[in-house]
Design a binder for this molecule. Structure first.
Ligand code: NAG
Ligand code: NAG
Length: 416
């Protein structure tokens, strides 16, 4: 069984927002993919040769929570940047509620948990209507704390995050993140765990070279299978041979969620493909991949990233809430609230169950010379999204520049 473990506590600190909620609903369509892609490009611009992992949906929800307490320019900037401005005012809250509900439907095939908590400064009075809407749309836990006891608060919040991420994310915050002027802290954690519909057999995993974009090579554990997936070949618009790239969509059990992998040709660096990634293109990929038999070589990987959303969001036009001019007057009557800190940490692990016990049995097709089916050989950097196939919601987006690296002596597998 391939286990995918993902988590992403999103923290908006120092003054701010609350959590999630939901129930019922039609299947809404996510309108935030443009925002997701812009976020990706920001992270890419800042990221050098690093892996990337973040949760666009989680960021959108966190911003929805801030928006609930915002007025004026603070509110408008968020609506504009996230992609809500075509909706009637306030409809976005219902949309976010429905999107998260669609993900957490009674589906026993995978686990997604959204957990939100609002930590308030003791003695500060928050608008009851704001707290009510927070509960209604985002189902936020609300607790009061004394932020001047900064290390006790950090412990409390870190425990909460750890509790909601199966201990994958620890020590997210430290005492220095809080002070006597902190009024409100929002913690938003997403946990996802799914297994592939078509699982990789651990005995087919082999040591393999992975060529990084800088030309160096690392050894990784490459999973292998031949199975029915959604697959397509696309062109970046150029006439060159290198302009063709592959898209592979691998559903998780239940088929509602999938991971889409976008792989340039071996000789083409991922960096040359990244600029063409746009929201409509994500849709084009999803609509044009066809079910067929594919040979898949996918490295095990683990990606983790902590993102300072304050800087990133400012680059995307959400500035006001981080300044003294912030208008969060729907939260409290006071005029002194603004967001001092906003952090997201995400973690994703892709492996096949039982991999550590696997000893090569020599069954696999690595040595075959005749390729009968399209072959997706992810032995060089690739881009990926984990999305809901019904709503288009992007739970995670990222890239793998370096997979799980192993030392040659580190493993039980026969070298190829
Ligand atoms: C959310 O779901 C409710 C209940 O099905 C529905 O009435 C509402 O219109 C939906 N909102 C959006 C924005 O899709
Ligand atoms: C963590 O979860 C356990 C079990 O649900 C609960 O008893 C404990 O109070 C939780 N701790 C925190 C810090 O939320």
């Amino acid at each position: 069984m391939l286990i995918l473990d993902v988590l992403s506590p999103l923290l908006l600190l120092s003054i701010l927002l609350p959590g999630y909620g939901c129930r019922a609903a039609d299947i809404p369509e996510d309108t935030t993919s443009e925002f997701s892609v812009r976020l990706y490009h920001r992270l890419q611009a800042a990221g050098g040769q690093d892996n990337i992992i973040f949760s666009p949906l989680s960021v959108a929800v966190a911003l929805g929570m801030v928006e609930l307490g915002a007025r004026g320019a603070s509110l408008e900037e968020i609506r504009q940047a996230v992609g809500f401005s075509h909706l009637l005012p306030g409809v976005e809250f219902s949309l976010l509620q429905n999107l998260t509900t669609a993900l957490t439907d009674d589906d026993t095939h995978y686990v997604i948990r959204f957990a939100n908590s609002l930590f308030l400064q003791e003695g500060v009075t928050f608008n009851p209507e704001f707290l009510h809407l927070m509960k209604k749309y985002f189902r936020a836990d609300v607790e009061t704390v004394d932020f001047s006891e900064s290390s006790a608060v950090a412990d409390q919040i870190n425990n909460w995050v750890e509790n909601h991420t199966e201990s994958k994310i620890r020590a997210l915050l430290s005492a220095e993140d809080f002070s006597s002027v902190t009024r409100l802290t929002l913690v938003n954690a997403v946990y996802f765990r799914g297994s592939w519909k078509n699982q990789f057999r651990p005995e087919n995993t082999r040591t393999f070279s992975f060529s990084k974009d800088d030309g160096s090579e690392v050894q990784t554990l490459m999973m292998y299978q031949q199975g029915d997936f959604y697959y397509g070949e696309f062109s970046d618009g150029s006439q060159e041979a290198g302009g063709v790239y592959q898209v592979l969509e691998m559903p998780y059990e239940g088929e509602d969620m999938s991971m889409m992998i976008v792989l340039p040709r071996q000789e083409v660096p991922l960096a040359s493909l990244e600029p063409i990634i746009k929201a409509p293109l994500l849709e084009e990929w999803a609509n044009n991949v066809k079910r067929q038999k594919v040979e898949v070589y996918l490295p095990r990987f683990k990606v983790e990233q902590k993102i300072d959303l304050r800087n990133t969001l400012q680059d995307l036009g959400i500035k006001n809430i981080f300044t003294n001019d912030a208008d969060l007057s729907a939260m409290t009557d006071g005029k002194d609230l603004y967001i001092g800190k906003a952090v997201q940490k995400a973690y994703l692990e892709v492996t096949e169950e039982g991999a550590e016990g696997a000893v090569g049995s020599g069954m696999i097709a690595l040595t075959r010379t005749l390729v009968l089916y399209p072959q997706v050989m992810a032995d060089h950097p690739f881009f990926f999204v984990i999305r809901n196939r019904r709503t288009g919601s992007i739970l995670f987006m990222g890239r793998v520049m370096t997979p799980e690296v192993i030392e040659p002596s580190d493993h039980d597998f026969d070298s190829m």
